[in-house]
Design a protein around this ligand. Structure first.
Ligand SMILES: *Cc1c(COP(=O)(O)O)cnc(C)c1O
Length: 416
């Protein structure tokens, strides 16, 4: 879907130069690529339910494509719940996640009829109170902390013993005991999520085994389990060196799932919550070169920085980059691509061999669809950029460029 035609990068049938004429920087998403990713999950896990992790990318046009394919949604705030409902996800397949839900968020979740992933017994009591007031019964799962260390960046490993998420798996049975007795809440599932950008599959199997171990004990309390939710976390191929596809995850996981599920009385469905592996590789961030400078290094200064893509600065993340209007040209020199933000850490790509870069060139930053725009800010007074969706040879603005109005918008000037 991203390929070279006559030296120019094309997204499906569209030359990125044509889009860049409307303005840069800009996020550009390939609809076909997104549909491919969705289909590969559906084909790999025909009997499982997939909940798209909204936090990876919450653009409504994009999420509508995902919801129409039968996915549910995993949301982490009332704002994400609001967006997920707008995008057409069905409340019964929305799981309201989060380790710190406010009273207002719980009320919104209870009223809309979504399921809750409960992060503590304290939160369970809060949900029970609201459910009683609203005369509702809320289906819940506890988020367990499985104490598993996947090989990923520490900031995105979420199931470590010392992590803030979930209830230690050894202690969660007491939480279920409490839930069985409390009015307004009904335990129907078990939830965990071990982290993100995981490319070694064995931690997923470990987590599944943990969940089933817990499930056996939970069932003894008279709980009928509807789902076991293994979370998201499958990594994508930032380095273009080959990473496991959803089908490989399924091959690794499903034999264990089938074997171990037979040990249970109920027949819970497997739930998964992919985010990055659905949307990450569908999108580039296209940015224009403002200037090239030979200093300590060859610096290419572009119009997008960590205000729009914070992953390199925050996680030391690697994103492939290309000179999008000089595709296929000989890579002559080593460059470091930096943004316009007043911070030394504002580096998008370090020490990359690229064709000779000049002012006005376009740099494509690949695999920017997940945790890209959603983590953007207006730092340095910069309006956020637009998002574009490409469908074959047509393209659509799915989020407009912000203007100074958006930067000033909520400020109230007190004139002393
Ligand atoms: C972030 C998150 C996901 C999605 O993770 P990816 O690595 O993007 O697939 C799924 N479930 C939960 C609970 C999360 O916090």
């Amino acid at each position: 879907m991203f390929r070279e035609v006559n030296g120019k990068l094309h997204v499906e049938g569209v030359n990125i130069e044509e889009i860049a004429e409307s303005g840069t920087p800009v996020y550009i998403t390939s609809k076909a690529m997104l549909e491919n990713n969705i289909e590969s999950y559906r084909a790999a896990f025909p009997d499982a339910r997939m909940l798209y992790a909204v936090k990876a990318n919450n653009n409504i046009s994009i999420m509508r494509i995902i919801s129409k394919k039968g996915f549910g949604a995993d949301v982490f705030s009332d704002g994400e719940l609001y967006l997920a409902l707008l995008a057409g996800f069905k409340p019964e397949y929305i799981l309201f996640n989060g380790n710190s839900k406010s009273r207002k968020e719980i009320e919104y979740g209870v009223r809309t009829g979504v399921k809750f992933s409960v992060d503590s017994v304290d939160e369970l009591h809060a949900i029970s109170e609201v459910a009683k007031e609203e005369n509702k019964e809320v289906k819940i799962a506890f988020r367990i902390n499985p104490d598993i260390s996947p090989d990923t960046h520490p900031k995105i490993a979420t199931g470590l013993k010392k992590s803030k998420f979930g209830i230690p798996w050894e202690e969660v049975i007491d939480a279920y005991k409490t839930a069985v007795k409390l009015p307004g809440v009904k335990p129907v599932g078990i939830h965990c999520h071990i982290g993100s950008q995981i490319t070694d599959l064995s931690p997923f199997v470990e987590a599944l085994n943990r969940i089933v171990d817990v499930a056996k004990k939970v069932e003894k309390l008279g709980v009928e389990l509807e789902f076991l939710d293994l979370g998201g976390g499958l990594g994508i191929d930032y380095h273009a060196e080959g990473v496991p596809a959803p089908s490989e995850l399924a091959n690794k996981l499903m034999p264990t799932f089938r074997e171990r599920i037979a040990e249970l009385k109920s027949e819970p469905q497997l739930w998964l919550e992919p985010g990055r592996s659905i949307i990450g590789n569908t999108t580039i961030l296209l940015t224009r070169v403002n200037s090239v400078k030979k200093a300590y290094k060859n610096f290419v200064a572009v119009d997008a920085g960590f205000n729009l893509l914070i992953r390199p600065a925050m996680y030391n993340a690697y994103h492939r980059v290309s000179v999008a209007n000089k595709m296929g040209q000989k890579e002559e020199e080593e460059y470091t691509v930096v943004g316009p933000i007043c911070e030394s850490g504002d580096i998008l790509a370090e020490n990359r061999k690229l064709p000779k870069v000049e002012r006005g060139d376009l740099i494509a930053v690949f695999d920017a669809g997940a945790y890209g725009f959603v983590m953007s800010s207006q730092y340095n007074g910069r309006p956020r950029c637009a998002e574009i969706l490409v469908d074959r040879d047509r393209w659509f603005v799915i989020r407009e460029w912000e203007s100074f109005c958006d930067v000033v918008g909520k400020q109230i000037v007190v004139d002393f």
